[in-house]
Design a protein around this ligand. Structure first.
Ligand code: HEC
Length: 142
């Protein structure tokens, strides 16, 4: 019985270590991992997508969406983001990491904003996308 105690303590210590390791993962590393797990299957690791199959290229394009009214909201409201299963916090973190890399301005979404955008998603995302593109200068359209 005496020998069970140190083993139990070691297990408890190991669990504490595992929990703190998970929460200590830096936001950028977690965002990168979430992109790989939840987005890269369609968008590819470098964001080039598969435009011929309807997955738009993100690089150099997201900034054009950010510059039209409603575009910032749209970027976080696409089904691939909202249906990813990630929390509002993880989505904010992922988008704040991803968008600047795709030549956009840092969007600085908060988890609260993602929650609001989740509740007000356009029913027809393809139509919403087209309406935003029509607001862009012709030479900036994706
Ligand atoms: C199943 C394939 C798929 C997955 C997975 C996916 N997307 Fe998408 N994404 C699309 C398609 C298709 C569009 C075009 C809009 C639409 O029809 O939904 C899009 C559009 C976007 C856009 C707007 C770009 C534009 O030109 O309209 C962003 C930003 C984006 N996705 C980010 C993400 C992120 C971040 C993830 C992961 C959390 C993700 N997507 C996961 C397919 C996907």
């Amino acid at each position: 019985m005496n020998r069970a105690k140190p083993a139990g303590m070691a297990l408890a210590a190991a669990m504490v270590l595992a929990v703190s390791a998970a929460s200590a993962e830096p936001g950028d590393a977690r965002a990168r991992r979430n992109y790989t797990l939840h987005c890269a299957g369609c968008h590819l690791p470098d964001g080039s997508g598969a435009p011929e199959q309807g997955v738009p290229a993100m690089r150099g394009v997201l900034i054009a969406f950010q510059k039209v009214p409603g575009g910032r909201d749209y970027l976080a409201q696409v089904p691939g983001v909202m249906n990813s299963g990630l929390s509002d916090y993880e989505i904010a973190e992922l988008m704040n990491w991803l968008i600047p890399q795709m030549a956009g301005q840092p969007p600085a979404y908060s988890a609260a904003e993602i929650a609001r955008l989740r509740a007000s998603r356009p029913v027809d995302i393809v139509a919403a996308r087209m309406q935003l593109i029509e607001k862009m200068p012709t030479d900036r359209r994706p």
